[in-house]
Design a protein around this ligand. Structure first.
Ligand code: COA
Ligand code: AMP
Length: 631
């Protein structure tokens, strides 16, 4: 056998016999009722995995390990440099805490299928809250703390939660994030009236309570009767996670239960190369899909120990923070975004802090969330002396589309590539007519349907949007929204988005959504937002504003207004800090704004005057404005 043979055989089998392949992987999961059909393909593009099967994700993540000999093994290590605190929970302790919280939630009348919004910082109670919902068959929707009240309100209106679980505050290195006033504002804005809020008061800040609606977490959980796991259908939703679409209206990615548990279990062993009982660290946030899959469900379903880190790669307290955590908790792998490594490299280019720590248990660095740019990956590889695996992900897919399978058959790493497809993924590069392109040619990355287990079966309350947004342009395929190429060896490189999504510090943002905010300013007639290259964050948004005629306020004031508006309406995570006032926007004769050309200009990349341009002079004006801005 040569390198990669094992992977290739497995991948080929996953495509030729998907039902046989995934039925075998499903043996690793506890089912209360075996499925009737592994794959229900009767209503494409709505595929259902493990139809007829029943299970509980929380049982698989906790109870079965307690019963199966891991009761005293650590399940969760909370490490919080921002509060200088640490806590450790064994599987038994975590199960007991989760059962009590589930009891508290059930006492509010929340049961199978009911939605619960979790708006919490990176504290153990947040992880427990997710698992407690899963225990009851309730559908959680975690909202990232860096979003503004309006974003939270639109999620409340989309999923109509019976309960919101929150905490008094989050801690960012430079400020306290006041969760409760944001939540109160969101509840006021939303049409759906949230009947109940349960609030965890952190020692750093005591939030005010709304009488009759809000309950104190610690008080309420004291009287709760521990709840047992409720079996749900494999096809029932475990969670909804909202992600950026092309408009301001949120897109609720649905994750089902059975396929997700199966896929995550498979990936922990074969992709991440973890052995049960080892410590695995994903330094993301539970507000993102990566956090759902690899801080919470993946490691626990697999019987590993997960680290919950409330801190940053730099500044908490220094650029050695990651090495300290890995060394102190004996982590075997770290999963983070390249931007974190760019931040570390900027502060400690020679890796002086790295040399202070003993990382003998550390085997692999996994990167995702944005393109692993070769200089950063190369730097990380040389510094750490371990393999650095870039793998490709989306909220929609729940786990990696492509990667290098460390526990199965590690293959050579090619800088700039996310390696090879995960089982069940048949990727092709298509041109605009849906024709397959040759090896090495850049085009739209699309995946032949059905997608493997663990991916999204639909969007919450929006089957049609699911179909239109992802499955229609290339019939029989899932349109990933990313562009890239596949080389002669089958390695996949993901280069850029094909839509108006930009990636800021590993966070996915919609330029269309930011444009909606800018366009709401009284003085703005027209606007465009583009993502421009940034050394640290990968991309940052830049606004271009055309003012209404007769407006003669100073431009700095208007720019200041729109910066504040984006922060207030979308949130600090948008990192919208700059805008240029221009006379006109460059458009094609049919009226399409030439965002791509402006982006190339801003990034000093070669660009050509589009043949369809309405007025070439406009682009010259923009080029001058951009040059002035950067000098
Ligand atoms: N709650 C509230 N605000 C938050 C937040 C949270 N959970 N996370 C970030 N923010 C705020 C930040 O405080 C910052 O606000 P500011 O403009 O007032 O300073 C703003 O959102 C932008 O944050 P970010 O872009 O994350 O910058 P940062 O300086 O806080 O951190 C990195 C930089 C590189 C450490 C960080 O972006 C990072 O770890 N990114 C990885 C993302 C990731 O894990 N993605 C998932 C795929 S693995
Ligand atoms: P999100 O849904 O927030 O996880 O963002 C998904 C998007 O991030 C993808 O569609 C890609 O554009 C980008 N992305 C994630 N991982 C990678 C990667 N390894 N290489 C290139 N782009 C990536």
């Amino acid at each position: 056998m040569t390198e990669g043979d094992k992977y290739r055989a497995l991948h080929a089998r996953s495509l030729s016999d998907p039902e046989g392949f995934w039925a075998e992987q499903a043996q690793a999961i506890d089912w209360t009722k075996r499925w009737d059909k592994v794959l229900d393909a009767s209503k494409p593009p709505f595929y259902r995995w493990f139809k007829g099967g029943e299970l509980n994700a929380c049982h698989n993540a906790l109870d079965r390990h307690v019963e199966g000999g891991r009761a005293d093994q650590l399940a969760l290590i909370y490490d919080s440099p921002v509060t200088t605190s640490k806590q450790k929970f064994t599987y038994r302790e975590l199960r007991d805490r989760v059962a009590a919280i589930a009891g508290m939630i059930a006492a509010q009348g929340v049961g199978k299928g009911d939605r619960v919004i979790i708006y919490m910082p990176m504290i153990p109670e947040a992880v427990m809250a997710m698992l407690a919902c899963a225990r009851l068959g309730a559908v959680h929707s975690v909202v990232f703390g860096g979003f503004a009240a309006k974003e939270l309100a639109s999620r409340i209106d989309d999923c109509n939660p019976k309960l919101v679980l929150t905490a008094s505050c989050g801690i960012e290195p430079n400020r306290v994030v006041h969760y409760k006033p944001l939540l109160d504002q969101a509840i006021d804005m939303a049409k759906h009236k949230v009947p109940r809020v349960i609030l965890f008061q952190r020692p750093q800040e005591t939030a005010s309570m709304v009488a009759g609606r809000d309950l104190d977490w610690v008080e309420t959980v004291k009287g709760a009767k521990p709840a047992a796991c409720v079996p749900v259908a494999a096809t029932d939703p475990l969670y909804i996670l909202y992600t950026s679409g092309t408009t301001g209206y949120p897109k609720g990615v649905v994750r089902d239960t059975g396929g997700y548990c199966v896929a995550l279990h498979w990936s922990m062993k074969n992709l991440y190369g973890v052995k049960p009982g080892e410590v695995y660290w994903c330094a993301s946030d539970i507000g993102w899909v990566v956090g759902h899959s690899y801080i919470v469900y993946g490691p626990l379903i697999y019987g590993a120990t997960s680290i919950l880190y409330e801190g940053k790669p730099v500044g908490t307290p220094d650029a050695g923070a990651f090495w300290r955590v890995i060394s102190e908790h004996k982590a075997m792998a770290l999963f983070t975004a390249p931007t974190a490594f760019r931040a570390i490299k900027r502060e400690d280019p020679d890796g002086k802090l790295f040399k202070k720590y003993d990382l003998r248990n550390f085997r692999t660095l996994f990167l995702a969330g944005e393109r692993g740019d070769p200089p950063t990956v190369d730097w990380a590889q040389k510094l750490l002396g371990v393999r650095v695996v870039d793998h490709w992900w989306q909220t929609e897919t729940g786990w990696a589309i492509c990667g290098n399978f460390e526990g199965l058959d590690p293959m050579p790493i090619k800088l700039g590539s996310t390696s090879v497809p995960s089982p069940g993924w048949k990727l092709e590069v298509l041109d605009e007519h849906g024709h397959a392109m040759k090896a090495g040619e850049v085009g739209a990355l699309a995946a032949k349907l059905p997608l493997p287990p663990g991916t999204f079966p639909t969007l919450w309350n929006a089957d049609e949007r699911y179909k239109q947004g992802y499955m229609t342009e290339f019939p029989g395929y899932y349109k990933t929204g990313d562009a890239g190429f596949i080389d002669e060896d089958g390695y996949v490189s993901v280069m850029t988005r094909v839509d108006d999504v930009i990636n800021v510090a590993g966070h996915r943002l919609s330029t269309g959504q930011i444009e909606e905010v800018l366009g709401a300013h009284n003085d703005v007639a027209e606007c465009a937002v583009i993502g421009i290259a940034d050394e640290l964050k990968g991309q940052v948004p830049l606004g271009l504003l055309v003012l209404k005629s007769g407006v003669n306020r100073p431009h700095e004031e208007i720019v200041g207004d729109v910066v504040t508006m984006v922060r207030e309406r979308i949130g600090p995570v948008a990192f919208f800090k700059s805008a240029l006032v221009v006379h006109r926007l460059p458009k094609t004769r049919s009226g399409k704004i030439l965002r791509g050309t402006m982006q190339k200009m801003a990034d000093n990349q070669p660009w050509t005057m589009p043949a369809t341009i309405e007025d070439p002079a406009v682009l010259d004006e923009i080029a001058t404005a951009m040059k002035k801005e950067t000098t």
